[in-house]
Write a protein that binds this ligand. Sequence first.
Ligand code: ADP
Ligand code: MG
Length: 279
Amino acid sequence: MPAGTTAGTPQVLLAHHLKHLKLPTVLREYDKVARECARDGVDHPRYLLRLVELELIDRERRMVERRIRAARVPAVKSFDTFDFTAIPSINKMLVLELARCGYILRQENIIALGNSGTGKTHVAIALGLAACQKGFSVAFTTAASLVSQLLEARDEKRLLSLQRELQAVKLLIVDELGYVPLSPTGAELLFEVFSQRYERGSTIVTSNLPFEDWTSVLGSERLTGALLDRLTHHVSILAVNGNSYRLRQSAGRRRATAAAEQNQATADEADPETGEIIA
Ligand code: ADP
Ligand code: MG
């Protein structure tokens, strides 16, 4: 287009306004969709409708991605990659029902209990992602990291604002309660988080310890009782017991490597021409 003419102005202005209105998909697609609509004889309202629908679909996708980033999950894991047959103790029907997120609307909690490597974190993350997809805000943390964040916030006189943040999130996932014993102040701060969320938001807790051993982490029997009282009032408990999936996989890999080595050793002894094993 020759410089100095105004023929390009509508596109330039349109791009400017669409950016200002935060309609990036309309900006990206309007020309292509216009050509398609002209080719198919589609009228203007339908052209506009197509563009607006594209923007809505894209916006929803961007919002889900933003919620997943904000959730700070350690890895993106979903139920698509979860093998329910590997952990027979887990109630698949219950887990899939929970993935529909009704419990979040009812401000109920989930506790996943089981030994290490059985998929508790995987399930918690997958439930978190399902919640992000359904439009709920999610935050993932470990018990140890949450407590150190709370202690740090308290020292820096911003405990109240962190507590408000933790209270506002629709689903808080506290992973790995039980691996690290907490200091008395740490345990009290954690208790406050659960207490402030009671009947206001949903919390998922995973632990390698049965309830009767939670006192060893929280220090005081009184505090443990009060915490469990709030956490388990409206709760679904997932028993995730079985052999460690990690160990099983690495045992499987070791077997596969051993078998490959055995095959290789056998092949080395074989006649290169016939493939027959030379005794
Ligand atoms: P936990 O939190 O109970 O210690 P994880 O959820 O961290 O266990 O699981 C350990 C590893 O094994 C992860 O990589 C996880 O994705 C995988 N895993 C565990 N259980 C399953 C399963 N049933 N199907 C697929 N992957 C699994
Ligand atoms: Mg874990």
